[in-house]
Design a protein around this ligand. Structure first.
Ligand SMILES: C[S@@+](CC[C@H](N)C(=O)[O-])C[C@H]1O[C@@H](n2cnc3c(N)ncnc32)[C@H](O)[C@@H]1O
Length: 261
């Protein structure tokens, strides 16, 4: 059997560890099998808890989803997002940021069109490997979290492919980029893009609005969406389609007779 020897240190303290390649191969296959089963389990779990939630309309499945899918948000925020998807599904759903929650949004809008935008190659890879059918579009931000006031005064354009820009989206959830640290990209570009891409009667939900930057950027760039509500750190902006259409027509913009999304 092939063996791999690894030498630690030197001289008298020379120690040697020998690994069996056969053993490593078996461990790698086990790990792959585990990851595959985990991904299948996640999808199945999301589907079955969504069903429970739809039938019973209770909080328990929401809590279980949040805990067992290891999501970074509160139950009330999760329930708010699910209700918004439920009101409109199947709908066009655009999400800035991927994470452990991605499979849940994909399943909640099954039959609709869900697209994720992600800047971090690590998270792109992790979620793609877990769920091959999720549509994840790579994106590059040129902003910095610490510079958000300057970026807000002059938002840099965001380069997005036609598959994202060629339509208006019923529902947009901004949970990226991470913007956790001063040096990481900030959210001016993602929120500005959401403001352009949302349908006239659509909703934009922005997470992390307990942070001054996210709240101020959203209030400024989404001020044309008149209905605002907040659940903990999740701020929701909903457009009044009719008012917006009237406004556009009054300004001489020709619109099709019905919005097709
Ligand atoms: C706030 S996280 C999104 C997390 C997601 N809402 C969840 O509940 O798992 C925003 C960004 O951080 C990165 N990210 C995703 N999942 C993460 C995690 N579990 N821990 C740290 N960063 C994460 C990704 O780059 C993502 O675009």
């Amino acid at each position: 059997m092939a063996r791999l020897a690894v030498r630690f240190g030197g001289g008298k303290a020379d120690r040697r560890a020998e690994f069996s390649i056969g053993l490593l191969g078996r461990l790698a296959r086990r790990a792959n099998g585990f990851l595959l089963r985990h991904a299948l389990w996640e999808r199945h779990y999301a589907q079955s808890k969504l069903e429970d939630w739809r039938i019973a309309g209770r909080k328990a499945p929401v809590s279980a989803l949040r805990r067992n899918l290891n999501m970074q948000m509160a139950d009330g925020e999760l329930a708010t997002i699910l209700r918004e998807i439920e009101k409109r599904r199947p709908c066009s759903l655009l999400i800035f940021g991927v994470g452990n929650d991605s499979i849940l949004w994909h399943e909640a809008n099954r039959g609709g069109h869900t697209v994720f935008l992600e800047n971090d190659p690590f998270w792109q890879r992790v979620i793609r490997e877990r769920h091959h059918d999720l549509e994840i579009v790579p994106v590059r931000y040129d902003t910095k979290a610490r510079r958000w006031r300057d970026d807000l005064a002059n938002p840099p354009p965001l380069d997005l492919p036609a598959e994202v820009t060629s339509r208006k989206w019923d529902l947009i959830f901004v949970d990226g980029p991470a913007a956790y640290t001063a040096e990481s990209p900030g959210r001016v570009q993602s929120i500005a893009a959401a403001s352009r891409l949302v349908a006239p009667d659509g909703t934009v939900m922005v997470h992390d609005c307990v942070r001054t930057a996210e709240r101020t950027i959203s209030d400024r760039l989404l001020s044309h969406l008149p209905v605002t509500s907040q659940m903990r750190s999740l701020r929701c902006f909903t457009g009044d389609g009719e008012a917006e259409e009237k406004d556009l027509r009054a300004n001489g913009v020709e619109l099709p007779s019905a919005h097709t999304g």
